[in-house]
Design a protein around this ligand. Structure first.
Ligand code: ATP
Length: 142
């Protein structure tokens, strides 16, 4: 059986649960490629795009960091937030990006810099993942 079970979970919901052929996740030390029967592993994730391949088709998620475990041919991802590219509201992410950029530009005294940077990063990833999907769909239509 050349597949591995993947679960992407947040505090709110099970975002994805199925068998897949490959996972590429944003590990804190770089991209992490996981194929079936990968050895056991535990690592932190940073905010970034996550790719899965199922039935030969690649699809993408935006994840906002968290934790990844591989064990017994099963990948479990616990993330603060995760959305399939299809679920991303690109204009909402665009607005969040503008808000975060403004906060960073104005640099008011009580600005929580780390939080503002993290908001900007989340929004940028959501916009990028949403656009990636649109681009790939457009290319397929050529
Ligand atoms: P916003 O300011 O737009 O709420 P945020 O970065 O503060 O953005 P998060 O705290 O990361 O949002 O996420 C809160 C919830 O909203 C999560 O369930 C997340 O999946 C969802 N979410 C956030 N932004 C989007 C988006 N652009 N499209 C779809 N779901 C989103």
């Amino acid at each position: 059986m050349n597949s591995i079970e993947l679960q992407i979970i947040t505090a709110e919901r099970v975002v994805y649960s199925d068998s897949v052929e490959a996972v590429v996740a944003p590990g804190i030390e770089g991209e992490l490629g996981i194929l079936p029967h990968h050895s056991a592993l535990m690592t932190n994730l940073k905010a970034g795009p996550l790719m899965i391949r199922k039935d030969g088709e690649e699809s993408f998620f935006a994840v906002t960091g968290g934790f990844l475990e591989v064990m017994d041919n099963r990948v479990t991802i616990l993330s603060d937030a995760a959305e399939h590219s299809q679920e991303i509201d690109e204009s909402r992410a665009q607005l969040a990006m503008e808000r975060a950029s403004e906060r960073l530009e104005n640099r008011e005294g009580n600005l929580d810099l780390e939080r503002a940077l993290a908001q900007l990063k989340r929004a940028q990833i959501r916009v990028a993942v949403s656009r990636l999907r649109k681009m790939r769909r457009a290319n397929r239509g050529l």
